[in-house]
Ligand binder design. Sequence first.
Ligand code: PEP
Length: 255
Amino acid sequence: MGRTPFIAGNWKMFKTIPEAVSFVRALKSSLTGLSGVEVAVCPPFTALAPVAEILRGSGIAVGAQDVFWEERGAYTGEVSPLMLKDAGCSCVIIGHSERRQFFGESDEKVNRKVKAALACGLTPIMCVGETLVQRENGITEKVVGEQTEAGLSGLSPEQAAGVVIAYEPVWAIGTGKTASDEDAQQVIAFIRRLVNDLYGFGTAERIRIQYGGSVKPGNAAGLLARPDIDGALVGGASLEIESFVGIIRAAAPGI
Ligand code: PEP
């Protein structure tokens, strides 16, 4: 059975509630008859509930950009997996490089968040990726391998199969530099082999691995045609209807 491609838009810290609402209204009407591809938008926390309300029943999923691992308690400023479910989310980005870089997100924290999301029925989109210096030093596989293994640590093969991994080379995020189709395929195939070694063939065949880093309508088809690339995590190009829909169409040309 083939893996359904998954295109997720990471809006980062952009869009007010009215902007988010008018965007998803337009997205919904652009994507009527959506099939053969899964789509999610990941707005800021403030817009999650109104966006989910509009998208209910549309087949377009809603995700958050971060989550805390506890269900409730005295954790000022944090949002729990239960609260994300309550707001209408079905997925959540975890360990984005911006969180690793600016907010001290360690592999151990990523792992706790992945486990908490799964326990609550949310699909984690777990981000991994090397910096430019790490790539130039030839340690891309070492870095990405360690992040993947640590992030998935303690999961059953069945749980691991339900995680979406987003391979996002840090040097390609928001820079306009995309990894070549071949470079992205190579690293993603490496991640799949690692999942095979850790959790077995069935999990490796089922787990979806996205590419992220300056994906645009013009480069999406080439990336998505590669055998191990199961979709895209899109930042900048997910903020405009035309470019986001262009990428989604590249994943499912019938739409
Ligand atoms: C991202 O933030 O996950 C991302 C891939 O950003 P961009 O598409 O803008 O490079």
